[in-house]
Design a protein around this ligand. Structure first.
Ligand SMILES: Nc1ncnc2c1ncn2[C@@H]1O[C@H](COP(=O)(O)OP(=O)(O)O)[C@@H](O)[C@H]1O
Ligand SMILES: [Mg+2]
Length: 476
């Protein structure tokens, strides 16, 4: 049994629909006035809304927008006499659970009601679930403590409407974080609109964000709806906000304060209900302090600051990322298996400094997957500068990183005079132990990352099969 709210100004129609709902076991509240129904929406806490929308009315999707914004998990079935396909598509994109053209059979409505209610109980409670797949946390890889903190923060703040400033170098995954925030929020079935503020000159960016009126400047050949309006009810992601020109910063501040926009060339205020996420690829606080960014806008944006660390400061994430990208970019031969990676190659990937962060790592792995033979990625398949670069100093950001230590041992402290087998065994053991640690103690996963079987991993860890690590370490 569900609580159904019906909004229809045709009493006969409303009565037939109420009878149908009652017949299939639901309780019903009927309103003939849309505005009244919308005002009292939350107090009824309906589980389904059936609303007629008037053809030709400019605010046709208003009911839907208001319902999605205040009751994001409640399905909405729209009824319309307007036989236009674009309207139906727009309604579905805006999150309608269904869209029925009048006149319709009561059997169709019954099916639509049952479908909408059962979808609402499924793990994907809204029709954009398929679109949403792949935008949540599960696609952000990272076992490092710093990434775990980020996941925790996303979990805490995704459902709020707070403005969030995501900072981090280019390629660290800021957009991925922004998407995770949106797709874990109540706005998930409404649009996520991203724009790179450095990609357009100031005047074009303004009309892109806020829209313009036909003839308001050369080239404005027709009215244009801006991205803030397109994102209505959802989230707008202002990427590289640090490059926004001063005048536009002032206009954006006004939008954030007053929650209205004005199209270029118009005086009319248009209310917006959009969550704002912004990203900066340079420390914005510093830039603001140096006078390069409006202070008031900074504090409006950075209600919750979230910093994504560069990859070189969380090297323990590299093996998992590599594994993820191998799976993403290869299907080897007919076996449908991702390519494997030999240990030396993983070591090289783990010791490179990755100035382009995860994006650069992904490109390198994708390239290697395309070049590799027999399904095994080897050193020669990596970009040459990755292989030949100087390993970072051992005093770098992650002193505990094993891989790091292995490749950056100062030449002078090599245990000259000791047997080679002993040295290799000790290094191997350290590498294995740290990989296990990076995989939170899951040995099977560590074995997978290392490209060896679990049995081999256990054998190699067996103390009897290699000299105790301390012995070699002492002699280093
Ligand atoms: N933690 C991560 N896990 C998986 N893929 C990632 C991660 N971080 C970044 N990527 C990938 O790297 C690329 C760059 O990420 P993006 O979010 O665009 O970075 P930024 O916005 O910081 O420049 C994208 O292809 C993204 O999918
Ligand atoms: Mg980006």
């Amino acid at each position: 049994m569900a609580r159904v709210l019906i909004i229809d100004d045709d009493p006969a129609m409303a009565q037939v629909m109420s009878a149908l709902c009652a017949e299939i076991g639901h309780t019903v509240v009927v309103y003939s006035s849309t505005s009244k129904a919308l005002n009292l929406l939350s107090s009824h806490s309906p589980q389904l809304v059936i609303a007629q929308c008037n053809a030709g009315n400019a605010g046709e999707l208003e009911v839907l927008k208001v319902c999605r914004a205040s009751l994001p998990h409640v399905p909405v079935i729209l009824l319309t006499g307007n036989k236009s396909v674009p309207e139906a598509v727009a309604a579905m994109r805006a999150g309608a659970a269904d869209y029925l053209l009048k006149p319709f059979h009561m059997g169709d409505l019954k099916e639509a009601i049952q479908r909408a209610l059962s979808d609402a109980q499924s793990p994907y409670p809204d029709p954009s679930a398929r679109v949403r797949e792949g935008h949540g946390f599960e696609n952000i890889i990272g076992s490092s403590a710093r990434m775990q903190n980020i996941f925790e923060l996303i979990g805490k703040v995704a459902r709020t409407d707070s403005t969030i400033l995501i900072s981090g170098e280019s390629g660290t995954g800021k957009e991925l974080v922004a998407r995770a925030l949106h797709f874990n929020s109540g706005r998930r079935s409404l649009p996520f609109v991203a724009i790179n503020c450095s990609a357009l000159p100031e005047n074009l960016l303004e009309s892109e964000l806020f829209g313009h009126k036909k003839g308001s400047f050369t080239g404005a050949v027709q009215d244009k709806v801006g991205l803030f309006e397109e994102a209505e009810g959802g989230t707008i992601f202002l990427d590289e906000i640090n490059s926004m020109a001063a005048l536009l910063q002032t206009k954006l501040l006004r939008v954030l304060q007053e929650r209205v926009i004005r199209r270029v060339g118009e005086n009319r205020n248009i209310p917006i209900h959009v969550r704002v996420l912004a990203a900066s690829n340079e420390p914005l606080f510093k830039k603001m302090k140096a006078g390069g960014f409006r202070e008031d806008l900074y504090y409006r944006l950075a209600v919750i600051p979230l910093e994504v660390p560069p990859l070189r400061e969380r090297r323990e994430d590299i093996p998992l990322l590599v594994e993820h990208f191998l799976q993403k970019h290869t299907l080897f031969g007919n076996s449908n298996r991702p390519a494997a990676l030999d240990q030396r190659t993983m070591q090289a990937l783990c010791s490179y400094s990755w100035p382009g962060n995860v994006r650069e790592l992904e490109n390198a792995v994708e390239r290697a997957c395309a070049l590799c033979e027999n399904g095994v990625v080897q050193l020669g398949d990596l970009p040459p500068h990755v292989v030949t670069s100087e390993p970072l100093s051992v005093t770098g950001a992650v002193p505990h990183s094993p891989i790091y230590a292995t490749t950056s041992l100062p030449q002078t402290s090599l245990p000259i005079g000791r047997p080679l087998s002993e040295f290799i065994a000790a290094q191997e053991r350290r590498f294995i132990e740290e990989t296990i640690r990076a995989n939170r103690g899951v040995r099977e996963r560590a074995a997978q990352v290392l490209g060896i079987s679990s049995a081999t991993l256990y054998r190699k860890l067996d103390a009897a099969s290699m000299p105790p690590i301390q012995k070699v370490a002492d002699s280093l």
